[in-house]
Design a protein around this ligand. Sequence first.
Ligand SMILES: Cc1ncc(COP(=O)(O)O)c(C=O)c1O
Length: 398
Amino acid sequence: MAISLFAKNKKGILNRCRDDYATKMRLKYAPYYHAMEFQKDTTVRLGGRDMIMLSSNDYLGLSFHPKVIEASTAATRKWGTSTNGARSSNGSRTFHVELEEKLAAFLGTEACHIHAAGYLSVMTSMATFAQKGDVILADKNLHSCLWDGIQISRATVERFSHNSPDDLRGVLSSSNSDAAKLLVVEGVYSMEGHIARLPELTEIGEEYGCFTVVDDAHGFGVLGRQGRGTTNHFGLHEKVDLICGSLSKSLASTGGYVAGTRDVIEYLRTNSKQTIFSAAISAGQAAAAMAALEVMQSEPQHLERLWANTKKYKAILKGLGLDIWESETPAVPIVLGSKERVYPFWKTLLDKGIFTVMSIAPAVPAGKDLVRTAISALHTDEQIEKIGEAMAFAAKKL
Ligand SMILES: Cc1ncc(COP(=O)(O)O)c(C=O)c1O
């Protein structure tokens, strides 16, 4: 009896996988999971054809920097390929502590903890610090890792309109005044390229005693002095309790960080399941991030070039009348409004040798279906010119 019930359940799950509409559509149109055969800087090869990468988060272009490659290779030789365990047990090494101290100093916080994925760092920033009975004030357009963490925390969530201090105030004024409150935003919104209105948002948060969390995955390396991020950009260290983010964007690695006061980080080390039960970042990845952090401070030309390229690229898009959702950063969406318009636009760019990523609702708000592009310090003038030509061609076909 028990065996046949199990078989029935299993069949149901297997059928669900086989019949899933979204998966069928993904396999039919194949917009995702392209395995590139080669990459060097902003050039990738797909199906034997060289293309310009226009959706990488390698904003500063340090993934191919000789110092970063050398540091990562040397660390792998010295420490091996894996830590084979969690920091809390057998996986902790001196290079973890060194990177954490360097990141904390760079961000202007007392302490920092790193994880093997940015997703883990950001998710645990919600899951660990919020609990049942608390209220989380969340910008409607947050990244999926924050929503996952919010769900795990079992706190009550109150959403406010994207980047709207007025709406935040309205929501706060009618929320449970006795509950502990957390305010959560992204420093730079990954899809929209918007910079959080941190001065107004943190001022309101402070009035209501909110513990403020900023996911700065896309602000780190891009904004602030030497790329110290969104809180530095606004000079708001005192007002933000926790900065979390990723090592896989400007830091040319994989992994993530959570930075705050010593008390807060030690609490995380004791209570975060995502920290306690997940293997520590490998030596090669930690060394790459450490070297990239040093390059960010010693070679300002990458950040300068990133912004010069961004300016040039946005001028082209604006000239073509494309809607870039008022992006303020190198993350630049091209909003087309429906999947019927996004797919051919994306495909035309691909055919013209430009690799971008399409993002459709519910990954973005309804009516904001878009092609996500991101500019890098490594894009050459010639590449930007080619991108402009392809965009003009795709825009004409709309
Ligand atoms: C805003 C934001 N937070 C967190 C993450 C997770 O970082 P990672 O990809 O390094 O796991 C991402 C990834 O795209 C992101 O865009």
